[in-house]
Design a binder for this molecule. Structure first.
Ligand code: MTE
Ligand code: MO
Length: 328
C-alpha cells in the first residue's frame, strides 16, 4: 500500500481526480413515511457551487494510508459526482428537520466530539471505541457510491469509510448472532426534530449479518476527502449502497449483534411501506409512487432505477431464493 506523500496533496479537484475507487478485494472497481411533511419525490437544491479547497489539517489522518489515486471524478458507470454543496445541503436527517435544505444550517452546532461507539450484544469482545481511535485503528478508504433515496432521488457521493466487516472481526460475533442492530444518538437538546414525535426516537436500523459483512457495506467517516459534516451523519454513519437511503443510519452510537431481526424505525413508522430489506428495486413501487425511475440531483429529466442500485453483481447472491417483493 503506497502512502500519499505530502507533496502530492494538491488542491481538491486534483486530489479527487487522482483518488482510486476501491471496493473489497475481488469486486469490480468500482425515508420517507406516510408523513405529509415528507411526501415523496421532491425538488433539487438550486445552488451547485464547487467544493471548497480542503483544509489539509482536517483530512482524516487515516487517508495517508490510502491506495494510490486514479482518475475518478465519476462512478464506475461513468456518472459524475454530485457537488460537495449538494451533498451537504440536501439531506434527510429527521432528528434535525424534515426540510432537506434545513438540516445543514440546523446542525451547525451539533457536537461530534467527544463521541463513543459501543459495540455489544452477541460478541466475544464487546468494546467501546472513541471515534478518533476507531478511525485510526481501521483502514479508511474512498468509495464512490450512488445513494438512492426511497423518495426517488439519487446522488453520486465520494465517501471515506471503512468496512463493517473490519469492525465486526474486531469484536468477534458469536455464532448465535444473526443480525446487526444500529442505534443513532439521542440528544434532543441539540436535535430539534427529536422534540417532536415525527418518528420513534432514537433512529434504529438493522442488517442481516451476511449483508453487513459484504465488502460494499461501509461506515462512512468522511466525504470528498474531508471529515463528514453533521448533516451527512458525522462522525459515523452506515452506507449500504444497494439499499434505499433510509437504511444508511446517521450519528451511530451503538451497534448490537442480535439473534432476531431488529424492527427498524421506518418499519415501525410505516410497516406496509417500509420493509427490513429495502433493496433498491425498480419493479416494486412504493405504495404512493413509482420506483421505476429517479431524479439524479442536479439533472433535468429522470433516469431508470437500477436493480440493487446497480450493485447486483456484488449483492444479488445474498437474496437468492427470496421473492423480490420480500426484499422491499
Ligand atoms: N439517524 C438518521 N439517519 C438517517 C436519516 C434520518 O432521518 N435519521 N435519514 C435517512 C435517509 S431517508 C436518507 S435518504 C439518508 C440521506 O443521507 P444524506 O443526507 O447523507 O444524503 O440518510 C438516512 N439516515
Ligand atoms: Mo431517504
Amino acid at each position: 500500500m503506497i502512502k500519499i506523500r505530502s507533496s502530492e496533496i494538491t488542491p481538491e479537484h486534483i486530489y479527487l481526480n487522482r483518488r482510486a475507487f476501491m471496493v473489497g478485494a475481488g469486486s469490480v472497481a468500482a425515508g420517507a413515511l406516510a408523513l405529509a411533511a415528507c411526501g415523496g419525490p421532491s425538488a433539487a437544491p438550486a445552488n451547485t457551487t464547487p467544493a471548497p479547497t480542503p483544509d489539509l489539517a482536517t483530512l482524516p489522518a487515516a487517508l495517508a494510508n490510502a491506495e494510490p489515486f486514479a482518475s475518478t471524478d465519476k462512478d464506475e458507470l461513468g456518472d459524475p459526482l454530485n457537488s460537495y454543496q449538494d451533498i451537504t445541503n440536501y439531506n434527510n436527517y429527521y432528528e434535525f428537520t424534515t426540510d432537506k435544505e434545513g438540516v445543514n444550517p440546523l446542525s451547525q452546532g451539533f457536537n461530534t466530539r467527544p463521541w463513543q461507539v459501543e459495540v455489544t450484544g452477541l460478541v466475544n469482545n464487546p468494546k467501546t471505541y472513541d471515534i478518533d481511535d476507531l478511525i485510526k485503528q481501521f483502514n479508511q478508504e474512498e468509495r464512490i457510491y450512488r445513494l438512492r433515496c426511497v423518495e426517488a432521488w439519487s446522488m453520486v457521493i465520494p465517501w471515506v469509510g471503512m468496512t463493517i466487516a473490519d469492525l465486526l472481526k474486531d469484536v468477534e460475533p458469536k455464532s448465535e448472532a444473526k443480525f446487526v442492530k444500529f442505534t443513532s444518538v439521542m440528544r434532543p437538546e441539540e436535535m430539534p426534530g427529536q422534540e417532536r414525535q415525527i418518528l420513534n426516537w432514537p433512529y434504529v436500523e438493522g442488517l442481516r449479518i451476511d449483508e453487513a459483512m459484504n465488502p460494499l457495506a461501509i461506515f462512512a467517516t468522511g466525504m470528498y476527502g474531508k471529515p463528514l459534516v453533521a448533516a451527512n451523519g458525522a462522525p459515523f454513519r452506515l452506507i449500504v449502497p444497494w439499499k434505499y437511503g433510509f437504511k444508511g443510519i446517521k450519528g451511530i452510537v451503538k451497534i448490537e449483534l442480535v439473534d432476531t431481526m431488529p424492527v427498524s424505525t421506518w418499519m415501525d413508522a410505516g410497516p406496509s411501506e417500509y420493509g427490513f430489506y429495502a433493496n433498491v428495486n425498480p419493479q416494486v413501487d412504493h405504495q404512493r409512487w413509482s420506483q421505476a425511475s429517479e431524479r439524479r440531483v442536479g439533472e433535468i429529466g429522470r433516469r431508470d432505477t437500477l436493480m440493487f442500485n446497480g450493485y447486483g453483481e456484488e449483492v444479488a447472491q445474498l437474496y437468492a431464493g427470496m421473492d423480490l417483493r420480500e426484499n422491499y
